[in-house]
Design a protein around this ligand. Sequence first.
Ligand SMILES: C[S@@+](CC[C@H](N)C(=O)[O-])C[C@H]1O[C@@H](n2cnc3c(N)ncnc32)[C@H](O)[C@@H]1O
Length: 220
Amino acid sequence: MVSRRTSRAIAALLGFALLAGLGYALRWRSNPSPCPYAQRHAIDLPRPVITRSQLRDVLEPRPGERLLEVGPGTGYYTGMVARAIEPSGTLHAADVQSEMVEHLRIRMRQEGTQNVEPIRGDARSLPYPDDTFDAAYLVLVLGEIPDQERALDELDRVLKPDGRLVVGESLPDPHFVGFEGLRHRIERRGLAFDARVGTRVGYFARFDAGVSARSGDSVE
Ligand SMILES: C[S@@+](CC[C@H](N)C(=O)[O-])C[C@H]1O[C@@H](n2cnc3c(N)ncnc32)[C@H](O)[C@@H]1O
């Protein structure tokens, strides 16, 4: 039997832990930084809200395309996208942390995936020429970048004039980027909103270059 005093102490401890966790998340949110490699196990957990098949449906990778993944981390989505563009397509994968790049390289080798080109690169200064990619995507990455506007400019620059951009976001990521604000910032660059799968708290949104912005409906 737990005494009333013990239950009060447990409740106080739980409250304290909750507040500390909240404070940590808020501090992390106001100081964007890459998810540490030490936390890689968390990003490898199954994702019921932003699934691989949802990304495939909205990105529509086609055989032979040249694609870019920014911030692939350990490669949760990479192998699936790479296989969809085989046999002649290439998926370039740029992550700012060398440990993630190495991890991805090993994972792709172990999976037998040969059309991925992992490199260390910063979204704010992408190491690719203008008009290179048929499509680019980034999942749970944008909020970690201190200068998101510059990263969006860079993505716009490296996309072909008719390229596609897909952004994936989901709570409880402390760096979560909401859909409405994101849509506004991307449309300002001349890309048109095409579709969204998921919900407001976990979604993939697709934007198309070379199409004038339309009022756009969303797929829930
Ligand atoms: C939360 S993880 C998500 C990884 C992967 N996209 C996924 O969904 O599993 C964020 C990744 O973005 C990378 N990242 C953060 N800032 C970046 C930047 N400025 N340029 C490139 N990659 C970045 C981090 O190193 C990390 O691998």
